[in-house]
Design a protein around this ligand. Structure first.
Ligand code: URA
Length: 287
């Protein structure tokens, strides 16, 4: 049996707590997949099964005001058996100060099974100091081989789209919501996305762009957490926030280049969206 202790510390604002509540769900899902069966409620001193957590959240016991959920590592005993420390990756993500350290953490992370079938970690490409960050879905075969996002056919079209707005790979930053190639290029599962999300959120906060562009429906859904599909939300401005960011970032979802390769008639829409993005970028240079 494996245990994970969830404790409360620090003081956070209301909006931070909303993000924390989302993180809670993802953490619980991640650890359950990793084989954790019971959760130790450090506030109330009890051990609870995952099924008991939902009612505790409803009663406001877990997401308590002015508190931040935090993973603490500690040894537990069950009967006479010493239970090994749970992984403290999420604590490390929170404390991570730069992209090199974050890349290192991701490359040592064992919580996403895609790592076992992939050839390379695909972390990012482009300029980490850029004001414009693109976040796509997941690496394909070419990206897996090269260890860089968007280097295959979709990547060539993405480069063209980036050039439409007078930019190139040297002045944008590119990553994905998944760091390893799903076998056979299948869509990543919710659990795979959840396992990578804390890193993605931290990566966005460390780059701290002025503009976030979600490439395709999967990235848009994972990052913006909207129920509506890409057809509905593309081209709209959203205010993106996560628990690591000081300030919200304007964000827009656009069609994925792989979709445009299949449906070139949709390029008109993406062209319109890119013009809106170009207009927004021009306001930065006026600041
Ligand atoms: N498609 C993506 O979403 N990301 C890549 O890195 C490559 C293709």
């Amino acid at each position: 049996m494996q245990f994970l202790e969830l404790s409360q510390s620090d003081t956070f604002t209301m909006s931070e707590r909303k993000n924390i509540a989302n993180l809670w769900e993802r953490l619980l899902e991640h650890w359950q997949i990793a084989g954790v069966e019971y959760f130790v409620d450090a506030l109330n001193g009890g051990i609870m099964k995952k099924t008991a957590i939902a009612s505790k959240q409803q009663n406001g016991i877990i997401d308590t005001p002015q508190s931040h959920t935090n993973i603490a590592t500690k040894n537990f005993t069950a009967g006479n058996a010493e239970i090994p420390n749970p992984d403290n990756t999420y604590q490390q993500v929170r404390d991570c100060r730069n992209l090199d350290d974050l890349r290192n953490l991701v490359s040592n992370f064992e919580g996403c099974p895609l790592k076992n079938t992939a050839t390379n970690l695909v972390f990012s490409d482009g300029n980490p100091k850029s004001k414009i960050m693109f976040v796509g879905e997941a690496p394909g075969a070419d990206e897996d081989r090269m260890g860089k996002p968007f280097v295959g056919l979709s990547g060539q079209l993405l480069d063209t789209m980036i050039r439409w707005i007078n930019l190139d790979r040297e002045n944008v930053y590119i990553s994905n919501v998944i760091y390893w190639r799903p076998p056979g290029n299948r869509a990543p599962t919710t659990a795979e996305i959840s396992s990578c999300m804390p890193f993605v959120e931290k990566q966005i906060a460390l780059v701290n762009p002025k503009l976030l562009i979600l490439v395709g429906g999967i990235a848009a859904k994972a990052v913006l957490q909207k129920a509506d599909g890409i057809m509905k939300i593309r081209g709209q401005w959203f205010s993106y926030q996560n628990m690591y960011l000081q300030n919200p970032i304007p964000a827009m979802a656009i069609y994925h280049p792989a979709f445009l390769l299949r449906q070139p008639g949709q390029k008109r829409q993406v062209w319109r969206d890119l013009l809106a993005i170009e207009e927004k970028i021009s306001t930065f240079s006026r600041e």
